[in-house]
Design a binder for this molecule. Structure first.
Ligand code: C5P
Length: 232
């Protein structure tokens, strides 16, 4: 089975505080999305990289023959991914091929992290994702009251923070998202959540804390610092 990367990059970046979507902001001499795509191109096992941008977005152009750009971004991230899956299929992806969905905004992903996920999931029937065991103590807050107060401390031994890439067989992910299309993909915050709703149990593969999603203004300074130090 072939492996494809699918990168949703159709967000408007309303939380980043700067002008324009975060995937097009520059960090360490290159745009966020260019760092992200380069990491996948550096993995020999990946046959192609599909980038989903918003309709009418003229800011991203494929700079390598293994990249395809599709202007099919949707209202939500899940919708963008669903449209990207259809485009991948149009470009030749088969039911049992693997799709690694990765946020454009996680530009600190390293080829070695991607390869660890691939090695762990290749013999899985359904797939899995990079994630991190929760490092901090987890608090349950009381209802909606302000200011919030601690209701309880939650046992964290079995809690993980989901990252991307999330690697699933094309057909499994297509079925999972198609089942949520009628409800506007409500509650689908990542690929795994849709796959879990089919009754499947994706594999959790330990990721890295540097693979965070640049979202807020201070995240860009952190990303810059890490990208300038290759061995960080
Ligand atoms: O907004 P959020 O941080 O959840 O976005 C995660 C990723 O999904 C980003 O790379 C963003 O560009 C992408 N996205 C998308 N289509 C949307 C919303 C977000 O492709 N409608």
């Amino acid at each position: 089975q072939r492996l494809y990367a699918l990168i949703p990059a159709a967000g408007v970046g309303s939380r980043s505080g700067a002008q324009g979507p975060k995937q097009y902001q520059r960090v360490a001499g290159r745009r966020v999305i260019d760092h992200t795509v380069a990491a996948f191109l550096a993995v020999p096992a990946i046959a192609g990289v599909g980038v989903v941008v918003a309709p009418g977005d003229t800011q991203y152009h494929a700079a390598d023959e293994r990249i395809r750009v599709w202007h099919v971004g949707g209202e939500t991230r899940a919708h963008s991914v669903f449209n990207g899956l259809l485009a991948l299929s149009g470009a030749g992806a088969r039911a049992q091929d693997w799709v690694l969905v990765h946020d454009a905004a996680r530009c600190l992903i390293r080829p070695a992290d991607i390869e660890r996920l691939i090695d762990a999931c290749r013999d899985e029937p359904v797939g899995g994702l990079l994630a991190l065991p929760l490092p901090d103590t987890l608090k349950q807050a009381t209802g909606q009251q302000a200011p919030p107060r601690v209701q309880a401390t939650v046992e964290r031994g079995d809690k993980w923070l989901a990252q991307t890439p999330q690697m699933f067989r094309w057909q499994v992910l297509y079925q999972a998202l198609a089942a949520r299309q009628a409800s506007g993909f409500q509650g689908v915050t990542d690929e795994s959540s849709a796959v879990e709703a089919l009754g499947e149990r994706p594999l959790l593969v330990v990721g890295s804390s540097r693979n965070f999603k640049v979202t807020y203004p201070e995240d860009f300074a952190m990303a810059q610092a890490l990208l300038m130090h290759a061995d960080a």
